[in-house]
Write a protein that binds this ligand. Structure first.
Ligand code: MN
Length: 201
């Protein structure tokens, strides 16, 4: 039996990220939006599987593009939930991570400023991301359009922020700036550090 995608459970309760995200917004975002990308990806995989079994032609070109969009959505949302935490002990930045960011961005404060800017300037729908370049061992900022465009292939994702309108509209309406400001109070730095350690291996 071939594997398909499944919605991962959150590591916390839906009301625990308040005041960054309300229970209503997080529930809608996780249970409806994230689920939709999974359902779409699985349905595309099924279409491709069936066409191979039946040796029937499908519009593979457009299916592969749609698959990239929906799998991208699933991967990024899965990481986004893990990036967030209500636990104070996970909100402490490790010395290694701090040094890594300071070497590139001069200070953690400036890193947050640059990341926030890149995320806030996303045209249409997209994500802000902190990634690791395996060739230079440096952190890069990435501005992902939709879920799958403008990426640097093979770079390791360390941290992502969803700046699609569905990610904040219910709580913030058009105030994307406050949404991004509040994000910093709920970042799981323990997780980001672990992803950095793994990326460096
Ligand atoms: Mn989203």
């Amino acid at each position: 039996m071939k594997k398909i995608y499944k919605l991962p459970a959150l590591d916390y309760e839906f009301d625990q990220l308040s005041p960054f995200l309300s229970k209503e917004l997080l529930t809608l975002h996780h249970d409806k939006h994230h689920q939709k990308y999974i359902d779409n990806a699985n349905s595309i995989l099924e279409k491709i599987d069936q066409s191979r079994q039946n040796q029937a032609d499908v519009a593979l070109d457009s299916l592969v593009k749609d698959l990239s969009y929906n799998v991208g959505g699933h991967v990024l949302h899965s990481l986004f939930w893990k990036n967030l935490t209500p636990d104070q002990q996970n909100k402490e930045m490790t010395d290694n991570l701090k040094l890594f960011l300071e070497e590139e961005f001069a200070s953690v404060k400036n890193f947050k400023k640059e990341f926030s800017l890149v995320a806030s300037k996303t045209q249409g729908s997209g994500w802000g991301a902190l990634v690791y370049c395996p060739k230079t061992q440096r952190p890069f900022l990435m501005q992902i359009q939709n879920h799958h465009l403008n990426i640097y292939p093979g770079f390791k994702l360390l941290m992502v922020l969803d700046v699609w309108e569905h990610a904040f509209y219910l709580d913030y309406q058009t105030d994307k700036k406050s949404y991004i400001e509040n994000f910093w109070d709920f970042v799981n730095w323990t997780r980001v550090s672990k992803r950095l350690e793994a990326a460096r291996k």
